[in-house]
Design a binder for this molecule. Structure first.
Ligand SMILES: Cc1cc2nc3c(=O)[nH]c(=O)nc-3n(C[C@H](O)[C@H](O)[C@H](O)COP(=O)(O)OP(=O)(O)OC[C@H]3O[C@@H](n4cnc5c(N)ncnc54)[C@H](O)[C@@H]3O)c2cc1C
Length: 283
């Protein structure tokens, strides 16, 4: 379906999304938030909403330039496969200073679709989250479906669950997939927006629709808020009783948001030894 993608060299400090704006079907899996720096992001692994289709950011790296304490600049051939393996997820700073990455671009359709749907407990929220857990890792690799459980806010004594979908295709195709896998969501075109991939980058960073993509050059995070974050990987389904307790805790503490990102798609096919990040199938 897609043509063979080409490679591009990234010098640290480039804004690659802006560079790609002119190529409507070329993309790069580099972080949900566009302000992340590729020095730390790539050497730490990197995930984004294209993870299902194309894996982690580091899965697309084909070469790199690194320098150590002797000042010698090494590419993949000179550094050897062991060091090249290590810097793709094992933290760059432990091994030297990375000067550039060469990555393989990926192909996306001209039109992608996003949707955002809010639900509350009154609308069978526990059942929906429970079902979500069981279908989210088994969806086709064109659909990345995450959820956010957030603080009470206006909902009082309950929480808001937001389902956010990113689909590599048009609304019609998305509705078909969800009708088959998660009809409980009751998705309609009303909640869906079609756009180019680069516009989706703006959307995800809370930049108002219609804003010029030149804004990406400013490298400002518009959805900025100051938070403390912690991540965890899980393999087991959380039972309904557990979900009730999570909701209870969120309501009680008031100011916590949980983001759930399912792994699946091509992540299931990639060996846990491919790079220093073993979390692949079943998370
Ligand atoms: C708002 C926000 C959103 C994020 N969203 C995502 C996301 O969607 N997906 C995701 O995977 N991660 C995400 N992250 C995490 C992000 O990828 C890491 O914080 C990453 O380390 C940022 O890269 P940096 O270059 O700014 O690293 P820094 O914070 O500057 O450094 C992190 C580590 O990398 C080392 N390092 C940095 N540059 C180099 C280099 N050139 N050579 C060698 N070592 C180097 C540093 O020494 C340090 O040890 C997010 C972080 C934030 C703050």
């Amino acid at each position: 379906m897609f043509e063979k993608p080409s490679s591009v060299i990234i010098l640290l400090g480039w804004n690659l999304e802006h560079f790609l704006a002119s190529c409507t079907t070329l993309a790069i899996p580099t972080g949900v938030c566009h302000t992340v720096g590729v020095g730390g992001h790539f050497s730490g692994g990197g995930y984004d909403n294209l993870i299902w289709k194309y894996g982690l950011s580091v899965d697309k790296i084909v070469d790199a330039k690194i320098t150590g304490i002797d000042g010698k600049i090494m590419d993949r051939k000179i550094m050897g496969e062991d060091l090249f393996w290590a810097i793709r997820g094992g933290s760059g700073a432990s091994f030297g200073v990375i000067l550039s990455w060469k990555i393989k671009l990926v192909l996306v359709p001209e039109i992608v679709t996003i949707f955002v749907v809010d639900k509350t407990t009154k609308q069978g929220l526990i059942d929906l989250i429970y079902k979500y857990q069981n279908v989210a890792t088994k969806l086709p690799d064109d659909l990345f479906l995450r959820i956010e459980l957030s603080e009470p806010g206006v909902y009082k004594k309950t929480i808001k669950v937001t389902l956010i979908g990113f689909f590599l295709g048009k609304i019609k195709g998305l509705l078909k997939v969800l009708e088959k896998h998660l009809p409980e969501l009751g998705l309609t075109p009303h909640y869906c927006t079609e756009m180019k991939w680069i516009e989706y980058v703006l959307f995800w960073n809370a930049i108002p629709t219609g804003t010029s993509i030149d804004i990406l050059l400013e490298r400002v995070w518009y959805g900025r808020s100051y938070t403390k974050s912690k991540s965890n990987f899980i393999k087991n389904t959380i039972l309904k009783q557990g979900l009730e307790r999570i909701i209870e805790k969120l309501v009680k503490s008031g100011d916590i948001t949980m983001h759930w990102n399912p792994y699946g798609g091509c992540m299931d096919e990639i060996s846990e030894h491919a790079v220093p990040l073993p979390q692949r199938s079943g998370y």
